[in-house]
Design a protein around this ligand. Structure first.
Ligand SMILES: [Zn+2]
Length: 152
């Protein structure tokens, strides 16, 4: 499952699935309405947008409804708490691409042709500037097009 952008209004930074590779240890004493929360399907590390801008470890059921929340001092603390009760879940954390993407990347970091989107490993060469890149295949294509247009 892809990380959701939001869970109940909270921005999801990291998302992990409690799958077959995870061993549930039941080490989290988290009570909601006097009931200790049970094993959760999904864990998320979220940022509270309004108010205190807290980092939160969020436990969700299959429908992504929040079962319980632990306030964190750091993302690393969230990893530790999760791993302590969900052994092996550390390998399942997925960063939310939507948030990462919003930080602007230069063409060289993206490293793919701006015209056909092929990554550098799929083409012979990429030419360009900081802002955009073009691969050798697109140069050939566009130069052939240019010849056809001018030779008309
Ligand atoms: Zn290209």
């Amino acid at each position: 499952m892809k990380p959701p952008k939001k869970i109940d209004g909270l921005d999801v930074v990291l998302f992990a699935e409690n799958n077959d590779l995870v061993e549930y240890k039941d080490n989290i004493d988290l009570f909601v309405d006097n009931t200790r929360i049970s094993e959760s399907e999904y864990l998320a590390i979220c940022k509270e947008v309004l108010g205190q801008k807290n980092i939160l470890l969020v436990f969700c059921d299959k429908q992504l409804s929040i079962k319980g929340i632990i306030k964190l001092d750091s993302v690393e603390q969230g990893f530790d708490i999760a791993e302590n009760s969900y052994k092996g879940i550390s390998a399942n954390w997925v960063e939310n691409k939507i948030i990462v993407k919003s930080e602007e990347k230069s063409a060289y970091e993206i490293n793919e042709c701006s015209f056909c989107d092929k990554p550098s490993r799929d083409v012979e060469r990429l030419y360009g500037s900081q802002r955009s890149l073009i691969c050798n295949e697109c140069i050939e294509y566009f130069s052939a097009l240019l010849k056809t247009d001018s030779g008309g």
